[in-house]
Ligand binder design. Structure first.
Ligand code: COA
Length: 533
């Protein structure tokens, strides 16, 4: 192995070790003490419950694990895991979205990031046609931030709006209440298609005992106001009474045992493992983010049999192959690929080829994988005069309108309009995965520093106080640190700009899972509107 390959490998393994550390903090908020406190209340850590809820021996595909770190909210900087666990697992063989408050994080209350994560999980469920199970254990809105979580679209009320709309579409909304569900939180129980409550653990009321006393003078315990007995025997607001969390989990499984089996809407071939070992990814991806990559070698490490049928391979060498297009299978699922190659700068020819391929795959009803490592479209007069604006826009239009499932995987720079053309968050990919090599920002730190420096220089000169060389260098360094910091997968993952930061060795498994889930709904007919070409 060459020195460079060995060095790359050491570098990425160390980067993924840092990811492991952060994920550990997310999964064990409050450490052993918090687990003991839960046990005293008769509760298990939330992931333990989820593992019992899903089919034995199957995997829970957890999303947004590093959400909520470094948020700088009032009172708290970190909200481990965003205070809520979301992910997809199989219940009686059917993929199901699970959304579960983690009461170890400020009593499972909703911060802005908690809401965003909850809503993102609901959006995935709706887009893919998944039933939802809510494990509700939340003190409701995080009160010091009520203005940021309560009144707006996308705030608290949207969770219930989504439940109602999904239920109307036939997607089951099941709530297992295992803690306090006060005020707005009570609707997570009452809006459910079916709700399970646990004796002396679960409470649901529009106003808790202190509010009731203040409002009406009535003195009443939480149990008598809105405990499991009240709602399953008197109000009828919940449907099943259980004594323990384990019994409640079994009840939810029972409720979902009569669901019809899901099926995938594409022919799935027999799976063939790649011939190129996964370790290759660690060796071929340069530690330097802005160094070019050989994306064909990357594709071989994730594709069945390492087999890639490349489309227009010989077209416009040096200009057309900054984007590589073609087909692979991932665990037997056919996938159309649009992948940034080399330095990833998208020339007119590459944009046209990509657009053509997206349209072709849409007509063939083949789902799309965007492998993003592009710092942007080619700039300059030659490119502008050749129509990079309109051809880039055509690519963005094709990405926006393609009706097939689309997944984005970021393995390098992800800047400017290339974020759009390669199916970034705003283009609503079914899933968006990052890796430790992803850098998502409007432009790279270096470019941003130069743009901002030229503005600052002009301003200072007009004030008659021109910048010294030392000041310019300090300004550059500060901007590079800021922009590169904000592009980092930890920063983006904390804000849920991706659905998960994957380790290189997880990519194939996660893509297969994500395409399978995305294909549970039939694929519609293509319709693209007004292309310019
Ligand atoms: N907003 C902000 N912080 C809250 C909160 C809220 N709505 N509810 C709880 N917390 C905080 C507590 O202050 C405590 O913080 P600390 O660990 O820094 O001291 C932490 O969350 C744990 O709360 P605690 O009351 O100790 O947990 P518990 O398991 O004994 O009780 C509840 C959980 C949810 C039953 C209880 O906290 C409660 O009734 N909260 C208020 C609920 C409410 O009225 N919400 C209305 C908003 S819609």
């Amino acid at each position: 192995m060459s020195d460079e390959r060995a060095e790359n490998r050491r570098f990425w393994e160390e980067e993924e070790r840092k990811l492991d550390e952060l994920m550990y903090q997310a999964v064990w908020p409050g450490g052993e003490e918090a687990v003991k406190r839960l046990a005293k209340q008769g509760k298990q850590p939330v992931r333990q419950l989820i593992q019992k809820l899903i089919d034995e021996g199957t995997e829970f595909y957890e999303l947004g694990v590093i959400a909520g770190f470094g948020m700088n909210y009032p009172e708290v900087d970190d909200v481990p895991c965003g205070g809520i666990v979301t992910g997809i697992g199989k219940i009686h063989g059917n993929w199901t979205m699970i959304i579960a408050n983690d009461s170890r994080v400020k009593a499972g209350t909703y911060f802005p990031i908690t809401l965003k994560k909850h809503m993102r999980a609901q959006a995935i469920a709706e887009q893919c046609g998944l039933n939802c199970v809510y494990i509700a254990d939340s003190g409701g809105a995080f009160l010091p931030m009520q203005a940021d979580v309560f009144p707006d679209d996308g705030h608290f009320g949207s969770m219930f709006y989504n439940m109602a709309r999904m239920s109307a579409k036939g997607l089951k909304q099941i709530t297992l209440s295992t803690g306090g569900n006060t005020a707005g939180g009570a609707y997570i129980v009452f809006m459910a298609c079916q709700a399970v409550m646990i004796d002396k653990l679960a409470y649901s009321f529009l106003g808790g005992p202190p509010l009731v006393k203040a409002a009406t003078g009535e003195v009443i315990t939480a149990e008598d106001l809105g405990g499991a007995r009240v709602h399953t025997q008197i109000s009828g607001g919940a449907d099943y009474f259980c004594r323990t969390q384990d019994e409640a989990i079994e009840k939810v499984r029972e409720i979902l045992s009569m669901e019809p089996p899901q099926k995938i809407h594409i022919h799935r071939y027999e799976e063939i493992p790649p011939r190129v070992p996964v370790e290759t990814i660690y060796e071929i991806l340069p530690a330097k983010i802005h160094q070019g990559i050989n994306v064909r070698a990357f594709i071989q490490a994730i594709a069945d049999d390492s087999y890639f049928v490349e489309y227009k391979k010989t077209y416009a060498p040096g200009r057309g192959d900054n984007i590589v297009t073609g087909k692979i299978r991932i665990k037997g699922i056919p996938v159309g690929v649009i992948a940034a190659n080399g330095l990833g700068i998208i020339f007119v020819e590459a944009a046209r080829k990509a657009t053509e391929w997206i349209v072709r795959c849409s007509y063939e009803k083949v789902p799309l994988l965007f492998i993003q490592s592009s710092p942007g479209y080619m700039v300059g007069s030659e490119s502008e005069h050749m129509g990079i604006g309109k051809y880039g826009a055509d690519m963005v239009r094709a990405v926006s309108c393609a009706q097939v499932p689309r997944i984005q995987l970021v393995i390098g720079p992800d800047n400017g309009a290339a974020n759009y053309g390669m199916c970034g968050r705003a283009y609503r990919p079914h899933f968006l995965f990052a890796t430790m090599r992803a850098r998502t920002s409007v432009m790279s730190g270096r470019s941003a520093a130069e743009v901002l420096l030229s503005i600052e220089e002009r301003k200072r000169a007009s004030e008659g106080n021109p910048m010294t060389e030392g000041e310019k260098q300090a300004f550059r360094e500060k901007m590079i640190e800021k922009y590169d910091g904000e592009a980092h997968p930890f920063f983006c993952g904390a804000r849920l700009l991706n659905d998960r930061v994957l380790k290189f060795r997880e990519i194939r498994d996660w893509l297969a899972f994500a395409f399978e889930v995305s294909l549970l709904k039939p694929i519609g007919e293509p319709s693209f509107g007004n292309f310019r070409f």
